[in-house]
Design a protein around this ligand. Structure first.
Ligand code: IPE
Ligand code: IPE
Ligand code: MG
Length: 265
């Protein structure tokens, strides 16, 4: 049964650890350029940061981490960089999937895989099957992913399976068909590298996500940098259209906090 929780309905308590973090890992090329190295050296170094980020999220009790590894627009890059990124993706998959499984991590890939070599797709599907029953933490890699692609493929799939909805359907009908249908919507979105844009990442799912932008380049995004992002998130008041007054905090002694609006949502 897909988990189609809409974060526009559920109000997490202020100060909580985000359940789902989605990251645009940007700045690898500039990191390398700053060191007079080829851009691809930045991508290689970026893989180390991915390992650190996964560990840090697991330790903090984050349940879902979704990483943008390759966008549907990244094919526009020079051919040698695209080839390097594909090769790096395969190498990392081969090295890491078994380790993810040992650590109780569920591994998923979202994106249009039709452009990938069949052997890569097979390897991805095997990894997903191997780790499918792991519940501790879910790592999703967005590869050849685009938010617009996701919305379009969801509509196509839904209509293929339920043609009677062609003239009338609503959000609830569509949600099970999104690539990320197994995860709640991200609570915290992080983009490293200084740009302040979404770059066709999770367009539908980020509707009410808290956004955090940092100038830190992805290879430099360490534990401390992640803490800063989480601390920023913890100070946000998530209102989902309501007023601040509606979210008044009821604090019964010794029983922790409860948000009044949660009960009436
Ligand atoms: C992000 O880093 C990694 C990918 C898009 C694969 P970039 O390669 O975009 O790095 P910058 O933005 O050029 O510094
Ligand atoms: C976004 O980074 C995609 C990934 C991190 C995979 P880009 O560096 O490609 O984004 P734009 O093109 O500058 O917006
Ligand atoms: Mg970039």
């Amino acid at each position: 049964m897909p988990l189609t929780t809409s974060s526009t309905r559920e109000i997490p308590e202020t100060g909580m650890i985000p359940r789902h973090i989605a990251i645009i890992m940007d700045g690898n090329g500039r990191w390398a350029k700053n060191r007079f190295m080829p851009r691809v050296a930045g991508h290689k170094r970026g893989v180390e940061t991915v390992r650190t980020a996964i560990k840090a999220c697991v330790e903090r009790g984050v349940e879902y981490l979704t990483l943008f590894a390759f966008s549907s627009e990244n094919w526009r890059r020079p051919a040698d960089e695209v080839t390097f990124l594909m090769q790096l993706f395969i190498t990392v998959l081969e090295q890491e999937v078994a380790k993810l499984h040992e650590n109780g991590i569920c591994f998923k890939v979202i994106g249009d895989l039709s452009k990938f070599e069949p052997n890569i797709v097979e390897f991805i599907r095997k990894g997903e099957t191997l780790t499918a029953a792991n519940t501790r933490f879910t790592l999703t890699i967005a590869a050849n992913y685009g938010g617009r692609w996701d919305i379009m493929q969801a509509i196509r799939k839904m209509l293929g399976q339920r043609p009677e909805l062609a003239t009338c359907f609503d959000e609830k009908d569509l949600m099970p068909y999104f690539a990320l249908n197994y995860a709640p919507e991200p609570d915290l979105f992080i983009r490293t590298g200084g740009e302040k844009r979404i770059s066709n990442f999770l367009l539908w799912q980020l509707a009410y996500t808290e956004l955090y932008f940092t100038d830190t380049l992805w290879p430099d995004f360490d534990d401390r940098a992640l803490n800063l992002a989480i601390q920023s998130y913890q100070k946000r008041e998530r209102r989902f259209g309501r007023t601040s007054e509606q979210l008044q905090i009821v604090q019964p002694p010794h029983e922790g906090r409860e948000i009044a609006a949660k009960r009436t949502a």
